[in-house]
Design a protein around this ligand. Structure first.
Ligand code: BV8
Length: 225
């Protein structure tokens, strides 16, 4: 299972595309690159501190809850790889979740390179809970950086017999290339998205509509077999 911003849209978390490529008024390259952080750390911190605080105002939706139900039945056979940095999959009850682009509720120390759970602001340069140095940055994967868990993801793609993509535009790599990899290893492929994604032609089947409707219906059809 691969998920993107579209699965959290109905929870009130803005997607990237529906803001005309602007993230809350910021150009992507101005807030989501290591270069931007070196140039304007306060702007970048404010951007992620605001998104972290906004997480407290939203709840998982029917699509998140349906995937948590699916995990109850499929257990180890199901893996959710998400591009999202929100915590809505886990708050809905999913535990088998890989955040390939990092998490808002985590901080990465540029001193000791360790990750620490973090739920408050970073703009005031608090000390790292592990090494005490004030070198904490948002624990998100910026453009030009290597995504997390690529080995586990490739292992799962190799073994998958069903690859389902939910709420993603297929515009950002390496995630956008997973459907072709899964298909080449013999998996059936299904896209569940509001509208055809940039990679829609790579999927054997596609259903278009809001995730809050499509995902529960698809999960029920799977569980009622
Ligand atoms: C890397 C964290 C090397 C930060 C993010 C040229 C060609 C190919 C690739 C590149 C290239 N130039 C540069 C690259 C690489 C670059 C890239 O892909 N650039 C793009 C722009 C061309 N990628 C990287 O830099 C990556 N690193 O490549 O390292 C490497 C490669 C392989 C192996 C090892 C090393 C790192 C990329 C990660 C960047 N960080 N996020 C943050 O969140 O602030 S990316 C961020 O943007 C998200 O995580 C996500 O990945 C992406 C947004 O995409 P979506 O989630 O799909 O959201 P979007 O708004 O676009 O679409 C929403 C979709 O939902 C739409 O289709 C819409 O129709 C649908 N929808 C809306 N509402 C609903 C809905 N669907 C259902 N229901 C609804 N209600």
């Amino acid at each position: 299972m691969l998920t993107g911003a579209g699965i959290s849209a109905e929870s009130g978390v803005p997607t990237f595309r529906d803001a005309d490529g602007l993230w809350e008024g910021h150009r992507v390259e101005d807030v989501a690159t290591p270069e931007a952080y070196d140039l304007k750390p306060t702007t970048v911190h404010r951007f992620y501190d605001a998104r972290r605080a906004a997480l407290l105002l939203v709840e998982p939706n029917q699509a998140h809850h349906a995937l948590a139900r699916l995990e109850e039945s499929f257990g180890e056979q199901l893996l959710v790889v998400t591009q999202n940095i929100d915590d809505l999959h886990e708050r809905a009850g999913s535990s088998r979740v890989l955040h390939m682009h990092g998490e808002l509720n985590s901080a990465l120390c540029r001193g000791c390179r360790q990750r620490s759970p973090w739920t408050s602001d970073l703009v005031d340069h608090p000390p790292c809970p592990r090494c005490g140095v004030s070198e904490l940055r948002p624990d998100v994967v910026w453009f030009g950086e290597i995504p997390y868990e690529m080995e586990r993801i490739h292992h799962a793609l190799l073994r998958a017999d069903l690859f389902v993509s939910i709420g993603t535009s297929g515009a950002v790599y390496p995630a956008a290339g997973f459907v072709q990899a899964a298909a080449s290893y013999g998996a059936r492929t299904l896209e569940l998205n509001l509208q055809p994604s940039e990679g829609t032609d790579f999927f054997a089947e596609a259903r278009h509509g809001p995730a809050g409707e499509l995902v529960p219906a698809w999960v029920e059809s799977l569980l009622s077999r």
